[in-house]
Write a new protein. Structure first.
Length: 104
């Protein structure tokens, strides 16, 4: 079995563990895509939850809703948002350092 980048499994937007399809619900219209005015690169923007469209698809269900919700809570509990600010990736990447453990 191959290895997976952590963002692929539990990423905030589209990680495998966040797919509502596993509990039999397809969610559309979650993302909006725009071009950055200066770079021309495509930006993905998470739409407000009120704009999401959800359609039941019971034939796709592989786990019950209670298990799915328990996993969502675990993801939040283990989130890097819980780390002190000085240990988060955005803090040390802005400094140009290769990692928070190697300050050179």
């Amino acid at each position: 079995m191959g290895s997976h980048h952590p963002d692929r499994l539990g990423g905030a937007r589209n990680g495998l563990l966040r797919q509502t399809m596993y509990m039999g619900v397809i969610t559309f219209n979650k993302m909006e895509f725009r071009k950055h005015p200066d770079t021309g690169k495509r930006l993905s923007i998470l739409r407000p939850r009120s704009e999401w469209i959800q359609a039941p698809a019971p034939e796709l269900t592989i786990i019950d809703e209670a298990t799915f919700q328990a996993v969502q809570e675990m993801i939040v509990d283990r989130s890097s948002n819980k780390l002190p600010v000085n240990l988060t990736r955005t803090t040390w990447s802005r400094t140009g350092l290769s990692s928070p453990s190697k300050p050179w």
